[in-house]
Design a binder for this molecule. Structure first.
Ligand SMILES: NC(=O)C1=CN([C@@H]2O[C@H](COP(=O)(O)OP(=O)(O)OC[C@H]3O[C@@H](n4cnc5c(N)ncnc54)[C@H](O)[C@@H]3O)[C@@H](O)[C@H]2O)C=CC1
Ligand SMILES: O=C(CO)COP(=O)(O)O
Length: 333
């Protein structure tokens, strides 16, 4: 049986642990809160995030990172993106030699504009051939309910992507493989920003023309930056791009879309943050993605305007009409 450590007992860390256990692996989750770890061990349930959903017997939990990592062939990282660097600094010494790291996170670091795989490489010194990412239309609750879904496992070393693919293939979860780590990560992080934007349109009471226009132009913006950075534009047409974008922008389960909806209804960022414990990555990554685009001379109006609304500099309504007022241009530009 393969031993897998999962760092992060939130929604996706827990749901992905269930996938890994369904695939026949022995999973130990590291969680910060003792009561969450105790409920997983004693009741086979993450009472905080998925009350009522039974976790397989192959999933255990601990608050001790060394215990979670002991003997693990793979270590999955699933904490909020902006906390990864600090957390990983504490975990790096307990990671077994030759471990393969798998990032589930969809964000870009503020200040450095680094993707999560880049932060992992920097903090651990592990090469890209042992760092994989999993990204796709995978709303955690639907995955935990074993509703059929597909995803992408990306690693620059295809053999490793293949190993991770086998690690998480179950009767309800179908992973495809890719070597385009950059495209997959950027697709996942950018769609969160676009979902915040779409949520604002929903909150303002606008209909499907508005949301479809934002989704489509948001995807064009993502592909533009991805291509400039060296990704394969076709990755953005796949599960980690279009697939995830559609799922997140259309689902009331999405935290990012919900965050935007509340902005559209007139709540401030501070009020929304105070109203939930769950992370909406797009509300942070809008700033880092905009910085990344600006540094590479790429036009990124969605990231730029979402950031301005999140900061309270303009209203959601002003953002919507600012998009329409932009200079006309060719659709391919
Ligand atoms: N929830 C979903 O449907 C999906 C989420 N993701 C991504 O997975 C990553 C993790 O998100 P979720 O599990 O959904 O978030 P969550 O908000 O459900 O859980 C985050 C977990 O991290 C913990 N945490 C918060 N701050 C922390 C800190 N400073 N140090 C250590 N732990 C901390 C929380 O206690 C919680 O256990 C994000 O990057 C998200 O974009 C990706 C695919 C699906
Ligand atoms: O990444 C996700 C689905 O693939 C989850 O989206 P939210 O973080 O917006 O809930």
């Amino acid at each position: 049986m393969t031993k897998v450590a999962v760092f992060g007992a939130g929604s996706w860390g827990t749901a992905f642990s269930l996938v890994l256990a369904d695939a026949g692996n022995e999973v130990t989750i590291w969680g910060r809160r003792p009561e969450v770890a105790a409920a997983i061990n004693e009741r086979h349930e993450n009472t905080e995030y998925f009350p009522g959903i039974e976790l397989p017997a192959g999933v255990r939990a601990t608050t001790d990172p060394a215990e979670a990592a002991r003997g693990a062939e793979f270590a999955v990282l699933s904490v909020p993106s902006q906390t990864l660097r600090e957390n990983l600094t504490h975990w790096v010494d307990v990671l077994p030699d030759d471990v393969v790291l798998i990032s589930l996170m969809k964000g870009v670091e503020l200040g450095t504009t680094k993707r999560m795989s880049e932060v992992i490489a920097e903090v651990t010194g592990i090469g890209p051939d042992r760092i994989a990412v999993v990204s796709g239309p995978n709303l955690a609750r639907e995955i935990a309910l074993r509703e059929p879904a597909a995803s992408v496992v990306a690693c620059t070393e295809e053999k490793v992507a293949h190993r991770v693919q086998e690690l998480c293939h179950t009767p309800s979860f179908r992973p495809y493989r890719s070597t385009d780590v950059l495209g997959c990560e950027l697709g996942g992080a950018y769609k969160n920003v676009i979902a915040v934007c779409v949520g604002m349109a929903v909150g303002l009471g606008f209909g499907d023309n508005t949301t479809a226009s934002l989704i489509t132009r948001g995807l064009a913006e993502t592909a533009r930056l991805a291509q400039r950075l060296g990704a394969d534009p076709l990755t953005l047409m796949g599960l980690a791009g279009l697939g995830d974008l559609v799922a997140t922008c259309s689902s009331p389960l999405s935290r990012n879309r919900t965050f935007g909806e509340k902005l559209g209804q007139g709540m401030t960022t501070e009020e929304i943050v105070a109203s939930t414990r769950q992370v909406a990555e797009g509300a942070k990554s809008c700033a880092s993605i905009y910085d990344l685009a600006a540094a590479h001379g790429v036009d990124a109006p969605v990231a730029e305007h979402v950031d301005a609304v999140v900061r309270g500099e303009i209203s959601a309504r002003e953002m919507m009409y600012a998009f329409i007022a932009r200079d006309t241009k060719h659709e391919k530009d």
